[in-house]
Design a protein around this ligand. Sequence first.
Ligand code: ZN
Length: 259
Amino acid sequence: MLQGLSRMLPTIETEALDEAAVYRMERLYARTAAPGKGAPGVLECPICNRTALRFLPFGLGGRRNAMCPTCGSVERHRFLWLYLTTRTDLLTGRHRVLHTAPETALEERLRGLPNLRYESVDRFNPYADRQADLTDLPYGDGTFDVVLTSHVLEHIPDDRKAMAELARVTRRGGRAVVMVPYTPKEAVSPEGRDIASPAERMARFGHPYHYRYYGRDLVDRLADAGFEAKGVSSRQMLSPHRRRRFRINANWLFHCIRR
Ligand SMILES: [Zn+2]
């Protein structure tokens, strides 16, 4: 997850920096501080287990109460963690895990699980185990049992190639958990891979480096790559009380089985 992109938005929109130059900025990948004491409160982060009266604002629009002040997680990370820990055997099973564009809060927890053989990959993040492009991964076929990829595919012009690579490195019968900006209201994902201007992508997709958001054809795209995907929404999975307590917004993830 990139930190501080919003402060650079005017520069990005005027195209004074190209996309690769922005992603190469090491400070965008700064690690969060070690967990502090935390304040007593009504909000709880299920990743670091701290409570707080308020969370921090986050995102280009400054969403309120979004980011855990202790571990830096935002809503989708907390949803993904709750899914992985309550609906899968990630805490107990022995798995080779590939985590793409690793979010610090999740990475620290996953690396600490002795049952996992964990590997992270990112194009530019200097803290990742490997620096590589998702459309050309440096792993053999079927290397991983579990692949986690959250909010990465929308940054990639040729997302079908990236999905095919993710499927290639996942063993048959293995799993991928995929998160992207998604709305079930659109049948077909609005595509912007040919839009060259960050300002226009910002206007169309709400982010200067998003090439699309996804509609219901996401499942078909994943199927073409070799994954049988099933959507899980935070509203289905979590009660209103838990969504309020953990500060989790309307969010989707896709549980995929490698065919
Ligand atoms: Zn936290």
